[in-house]
Design a protein around this ligand. Sequence first.
Ligand code: GDP
Ligand code: GDP
Length: 436
Amino acid sequence: MSNILAIVGRPNVGKSTLFNRLIERRDAIVDAVSGVTRDRNYGKSHWNGIEFSVIDTGGYVMGSEDIFEEEICRQVALAIDEASVVLFLVDVVEGVTEMDIEVATLLRKSKKKVVLAVNKVDTGKRLHEAAEFYQLGLGDYFPISSINGSGTGELLDDVVTAFIKTEGEEEQPDLPRFSVVGRPNVGKSSLINALLGEERHIVTPIAGTTRDSIYTEYNKFGLRFMLVDTAGLRKKGKVYEDLEFYSVMRSVRAIENTDVCILMIDATLGFEAQDMNIFRLAERNNKGIVLCVNKWDLVEGKDANLHKTLTEGIKKQLAPFNDVPIIFISATNKQRIHKTLETAFEVYKNRSKRIPTHTLNEVLLPIIEELPPPVYKDKKVRIKYITQLPTAYPQFAFFCNLPQYVKEPYMRFIENRLRENFDFTGVPIKIYFRPK
Ligand code: GDP
Ligand code: GDP
């Protein structure tokens, strides 16, 4: 169902270097100091036409040396639970360590696909030394160099055999799929219980054969949809609740299997860095988003202006993609719960919206005529026509003579005009300039 690759291993073996290579962000800063929390721990990658998410677990290891061991083992256990492929990275320079042996023992017991990669094999001599990792009992390994990229192609060839082919397209299910995402304790289970809780007769839990595919059908008040991964949410693993890594793993999986994410935050805490991480994750996956500010009952001094001030504050943080509905709710008081669902439906409709080519051209070409892309290297960019691509989420192709000369600010301008003229609230849109 979801294509998730988790990279596990000791600090300093090169996890984040490999991560950056896989998600093609080679310019990212790699910190040689072990244990530094990095804010960019997940991204999208593709290989042989297969898209997948990559999670660098290393970014979540915090604190002093002595808590590393316990934390790494917990992460490995989580990665086994939540990812579809676990990539165990070791370091040929350091050789086999106690920690490696411990991790290998955990991995040998798992039923998930495990891939062993020996990193820092930059030279022929090191290729020879890598053989000592056979003693981990994980079978064949891939000698790689995350720094120069050698061996990573063969590694990926093997990794993607466990994934589902997507070709950039997602399957189109019959019913809209919604999920409630957010960090621990914001009130996700409370909302789901408010929706599904007491009235069990209206819901049909459709549990797949694996833990990967748990949907619950909701059919009430004329609204019919699937809630993603609700069972997992309701009986959450208390042990892991505190871990940011845990909530990210859960979110990644829920987001991948969904059309619209109801991203919940806690009104008493505001919009924080971890909320932003989950928001960007949904955005990067081109999912619809409804931002839901929960525990509104706890907020004091509510007046007409507070809504407005808070909404504006959050939108400022979300920029540039801030055309997102924001709803203030109370899950425990069941306040505006129905409104949340209705909004999720609107976003769903926006995400599947198709604008006919003639309408697009009628509306946008005059705007472009009035304000064309800036002249670049003495050349004028001429946009001939525009069409929406037949994909699961909104993508637009602008055909023109010199697509390479159209820069980011102009794309932003075009996106804003698109949003002004056609309602795409809550939906990330992609714009491409193509040669004609
Ligand atoms: P992490 O803690 O596992 O995420 O490790 P990092 O990606 O931060 O890398 C730790 C150190 O190993 C950095 O100084 C990297 O430059 C270095 N490193 C990573 N990959 C390679 C490699 O393939 N060859 C060599 N020689 N050094 C590497
Ligand atoms: P989850 O970890 O996101 O699933 O959060 P829970 O649903 O378990 O809620 C965490 C805590 O917040 C619980 O003690 C809930 O009773 C409380 N809570 C959830 N929603 C609300 C709300 O709308 N108002 C108030 N006052 N408390 C809430």
